[in-house]
Design a protein. Structure first.
Length: 290
């Protein structure tokens, strides 16, 4: 038995933050490969790696928290555990401000990496009792995370729009952030999440609107910033193209979920369009003054 499992066995259940994330449409991809007689699943295996690996746990064990390193924690490794099975992953961390924000950052990265690969995910972050080692997990906290993932409702458009493709965060976790008194954790949590005025979810879209960022001072060059905005705009267009490819073979149910991402990426694209136009005007004004 590994050292980590011996330690956890002595603790049995721990009160932890727990995330459960699932790649949407993965089973359809597998069935498609099987029906085509395609035995090459390398790209699907690479897709599952985007959920995280034991290397993520090892980084915390070696270096401690990467995000908000000055925030409070109990164990330097944040009691961070990750178990990836097939198309889903279970991630847990101790109850501390540093642990929570680093767990959220892991979920945020998963959502970004899958989006870039042209795939959607759904998940739930909660708090509760769990036994979690590298190879095993169980407990009411884990069960709550799994049940929460099945009924994600954030950004729901109507009663038929069930299981929306986002990583929803339980209210108890949001309350913990607000009462933590940790400014770094609160700021970073705000940057990684988005609300529909009822529920809150991990979301990459607000951050995409803010890329690139800049400081406007005496040395500011609107033409250079315009070029950066153009690159960001082109990246969003490529993401939309990937979603179109995914949608071409998707079921009707999956298409409803894809529409959420298309709508939000279109909002980001509109933001980039306005920024580009603003930089063009500013560059023209500066050129005229000279």
């Amino acid at each position: 038995m590994a050292r980590e499992e011996i330690w956890l066995s002595s603790q049995w259940f721990m009160d932890k933050f727990i995330a459960f994330i699932d790649i949407l449409g993965f089973s359809d991809l597998v069935q498609q490969r099987e029906s085509e007689g395609n035995a090459n699943f390398d790209d699907l295996l690479e897709l599952t790696k985007k959920l995280g690996t034991q290397a993520d746990r090892e980084r915390f064990a070696q270096h401690g928290p990467a995000m908000c390193p000055g925030s409070k924690y109990i164990s330097r490794d944040l009691a961070f555990c990750i178990t990836q099975i097939s198309d889903c992953v279970v991630v847990s961390a101790e109850v501390s401000p540093a642990a929570l924000i680093n767990l959220c950052q892991h979920c945020f990265r998963v959502s970004i990496d899958l989006l870039v690969a042209g795939h959607l995910c759904r998940g739930y972050v909660t708090r509760g009792n769990v036994f979690h080692s590298a190879s095993q997990f169980f407990g009411t906290g884990y069960q709550r995370a799994v049940e929460g993932e099945k009924s994600v409702s954030v950004f729901q458009t109507d009663d038929l729009d069930r299981g929306t493709p986002f990583i929803q965060i339980d209210r108890s976790v949001c309350d913990y952030v607000q009462t933590s008194g940790d400014r770094c954790v609160q700021d970073m949590f705000g940057r990684m999440t988005e609300s529909d005025c009822t529920e809150i979810a991990i979301s990459p879209f607000p951050s995409l609107k803010n890329i690139p960022s800049t400081l406007i001072d005496d040395h500011f060059d609107p033409n250079k910033f315009k070029a950066s905005v153009a690159r960001s705009r082109d990246n969003i267009i490529q993401l939309l193209i990937q979603l179109d490819r995914y949608e071409s073979t998707a079921t009707e149910k999956a298409r409803r979920k894809i529409e959420h991402y298309r709508r939000k990426l279109t909002e980001v694209l509109e933001t980039k369009k306005r920024e580009y136009e603003q930089m063009e005007k500013l560059a023209a004004q500066i050129s005229t003054r000279r």
